[in-house]
Design a protein around this ligand. Structure first.
Ligand SMILES: [Zn+2]
Length: 253
C-alpha cells in the first residue's frame, strides 16, 4: 500500500493501515496516565485511561525485567512443569491492562524493542509488559534491516514511541553463524552480512553479540533522518541491552 508522507503524517495513512487514533490519545496530556511505573494501581478507578504510558520508559523496562528475572530464577527451584508455570503466572500482576474497547481503537506502545527471533526471547515476558506496551521488531541477529528501520520510523512518527532498545542475547545463533564460514543459503549469507560488519575476528560470542547490537543501534540514526531528528530533539532515546537467558536479566550495554 503506497502512502505519501503528507497523508501518513496527517493520519489518513494510519486510517488506511487500521492504526488510527491511539498515538494522539497516548500522550500524557490526553491520557490521564499518572506516570511512574506501569502498575494497575496507577489507573484512576473513575477514568477510562487511553494509555498506560509510564513517565520513564527505560525505568519501566528495567522494573519489568527485574520482576521477570525474579520469577525466572524462582521457577527453577520448582520440580514440575506445572509448578514452574505457576511461578511464571505470577507475572503480569503489576501490569496495566487496558480494556479491549480502548486498545481496539489503536495502539500506544511506550517502548520499541528490536531483538532477535530466537525462541527463548519474548520481549513481553522479559519486560513483564502487557499487550499494547511494546512495539516489537524481530529477526535473527537483531540487525537494523530496512524494514526494521522503517517500522521504527512509523513508531516514532505515528506512535511517538519515546524509547528504542536494541537487544542482543546470550547464545545467539545468528551471531555465532556470522562468526563461522559458509552458510547454507544465499539469503542466510545476506542476513549475517551486517553482523559480520559489526564484529571483529577472535571476539568471544558475548562480546561479538554486544558489538552487533551496538552497531545496529548506531545504524538507526545513521540511516534514518526521522530517527536521528527525534534523538536530536530529545524525543527519542536509543539504548542497547543484552539479555542473559540463564539469569533472565537484561543488562545495559
Ligand atoms: Zn539470536
Amino acid at each position: 500500500m503506497a502512502l505519501d508522507r503528507r497523508s501518513f503524517l496527517l493520519g489518513t495513512g494510519l486510517t488506511a493501515l487500521g492504526l488510527v487514533g491511539c498515538a494522539k490519545k497516548a500522550t500524557p496530556e490526553s491520557s490521564g496516565a499518572t506516570g511512574g511505573t506501569t502498575t494497575a494501581a496507577s489507573i484512576p478507578a473513575d477514568e477510562n485511561p487511553r494509555s498506560c504510558r509510564p513517565s520513564d520508559s527505560l525505568q519501566a523496562l528495567k522494573d519489568g525485567n527485574a520482576r521477570f528475572a525474579a520469577a525466572w530464577e524462582k521457577k527453577d527451584s520448582a520440580n514440575t512443569p506445572q509448578e514452574r508455570a505457576q511461578v511464571m503466572s505470577n507475572l503480569w500482576l503489576d501490569n496495566c491492562f487496558l480494556p479491549a474497547s480502548v486498545i481496539s481503537e489503536g495502539q500506544a506502545p511506550w517502548a520499541t524493542v528490536l531483538t532477535c527471533a530466537d525462541s527463548r526471547l519474548a520481549p513481553e515476558w522479559i519486560f513483564d509488559a502487557a499487550p499494547s506496551d511494546l512495539f516489537v521488531i524481530r529477526s535473527a541477529g537483531n540487525t537494523a534491516f530496512d524494514d526494521a528501520i522503517a517500522s521504527m520510523e512509523f513508531g516514532v512518527l505515528a506512535l511517538k514511541t519515546p524509547l528504542i532498545m536494541v537487544m542482543g542475547h546470550s547464545a545467539c545463533g545468528a551471531v555465532k553463524a556470522a562468526q563461522g564460514d559458509e552458510l547454507p543459503t544465499p539469503l542466510l549469507t545476506e542476513l549475517v552480512k551486517p553482523i559480520r560488519a559489526a564484529i571483529q575476528p577472535g571476539q568471544d560470542l558475548e562480546t561479538a553479540t554486544k558489538a552487533n547490537a551496538s552497531y545496529a543501534a548506531k545504524q538507526l540514526t545513521a540511516r534514518s533522518e526521522v530517527i536521528k531528528d527525534a534523538v536530536d530533539n530529545g524525543k527519542l532515546q536509543i539504548v542497547v541491552g543484552y539479555f542473559d537467558i540463564g539469569s533472565g536479566k537484561v543488562t545495559m550495554v
